[in-house]
Design a protein around this ligand. Structure first.
Ligand code: PLP
Ligand code: COI
Length: 345
């Protein structure tokens, strides 16, 4: 595709917002079977007022990005892992699993049909892909929905955090919990998120970008941020990341840990990280996820004080910079993808 076919958008100044694109993919589950799915233009969903998605939050979602490579190919990043995670979430929420074939078809068709909305190579923006699975149909009691809709919507987006690009963010430890150890924190249920809106507002009142959650059993160990996992480069020159049964298994974090070990030769550890005990050993901290990509965390607020990391909490450290570059170059096709992580649409 050449640049003239793209929509006339100021790609460099996009925020992380909803933009109505031309098509969305939808498939239905009823009487025990999935429809083959189709592209539609209507962005408004019509659903029964008794739908369990509305009353009991029987719904889940995923998030991934499509990027334009220099040669014009459109690339997805490890979409099968999003599918696997959505299937895990569905099982936990008693929803039918979207078969991998249907999931990938929905994602690819939604991206392809909206290719004019995929930001051009080098613009710094990407096409955010949001698969949704919702329980619909007539219901009142607390029981699984009689029918389900799988929908894939897309929107061109810029940086998630207001500071933009690879700029340093800050987090504030929340007085609220995100997820219980044996709850639903390790799946991508929409219901995990609204409680965090208030926590995020409180964090923002302190001047932070987002809330950081500790484990809800003891309030000692780092869990994750409101929309991203945490990675830490410490004084032992190890890249460590919290091990917890209550956090979302981030695809970005898993990829970064692999790159740190295989491309940068860093020792990596996935283990409980006790914030107060270990904070002095943190050299560089990062928040990572599809939306957040890898955002260096300059400082964290807790116990009534800011605790700063690399460059007085104002500079991007070399480890986060290298990890960010490696990830971004693979995702945009600039660096050879020896692991088969990118999938052409
Ligand atoms: N943690 C939470 C709570 C999230 O919402 C997300 C976003 O999906 C992540 C972590 C990062 O996960 P991923 O890298 O798979 O996007
Ligand atoms: C993502 O990173 O894809 C997410 O789902 C986070 C969301 C809160 C924007």
């Amino acid at each position: 595709m050449n640049a003239q076919e793209k929509k006339p958008i100021d790609w460099k100044n996009l925020g992380f917002d909803y933009t109505k694109t031309d098509f969305r993919f939808t498939a239905r589950y009823s009487n025990g079977a999935w429809s083959k799915g189709e592209l539609i233009t209507d962005e408004v969903m019509h659903m029964h007022e008794g739908s369990p998605a509305l009353h009991y939050a029987q719904q889940c979602f995923e998030g991934m990005k499509a990027q334009t490579a220099e040669d014009g190919r459109i690339l997805l990043f490890r979409p099968k892992l999003n599918c696997e995670r959505m299937r895990n979430t569905s099982r936990r929420l008693s929803m039918p699993e979207v078969p991998e074939e249907l999931f990938l078809k929905g994602v690819k068709e939604a991206v392809r049909a909206n290719s004019a909305w995929v930001p051009p190579f080098g613009s710094g923006a990407s096409l955010y892909v949001r698969p949704l699975l919702i329980g619909i149909g007539e219901n009142m009691g607390l029981r699984p929905a009689p029918e389900y809709e799988f929908r894939v919507i897309v929107s061109p987006v810029g940086p998630y955090y207001k500071s933009g690009g690879l700029s340093v963010i800050s987090l504030a430890v929340s007085d609220f919990d995100r997820a219980a150890p044996h709850g639903t924190g390790d799946v991508k249920a929409g219901a995990n998120y609204p409680g965090g809106l208030y926590a995020t507002r409180k964090a923002q009142e302190l001047g932070a970008n987002e809330a950081l959650y500790l484990d809800s059993a003891e309030r000692r160990y780092i869990d994750e941020a409101g929309s991203a996992n945490i990675i830490i480069f410490n004084k032992e020159k190890k890249l460590i990341t919290p091990k917890s049964s209550a956090i979302l298994p981030s695809i970005t974090r898993r990829s970064l840990m692999t790159l740190a070990s295989e491309e940068m030769g860093l020792e990596t550890e996935d283990r409980p990280i006790e914030l107060r005990k270990e904070v002095k050993s943190f050299v560089e901290v990062g928040a990572c996820g599809t939306a957040a990509v890898l955002s260096p965390v300059g400082k964290i607020w807790f116990d009534e004080a800011w605790h700063s990391f690399y460059g007085n909490g104002e500079e991007v450290g070399p480890v986060m910079q290298e990890l960010y570059d490696l990830l971004r170059e693979i995702q945009s096709g600039e660096k050879a993808d020896s692991r088969g992580w990118t999938v052409e649409v």
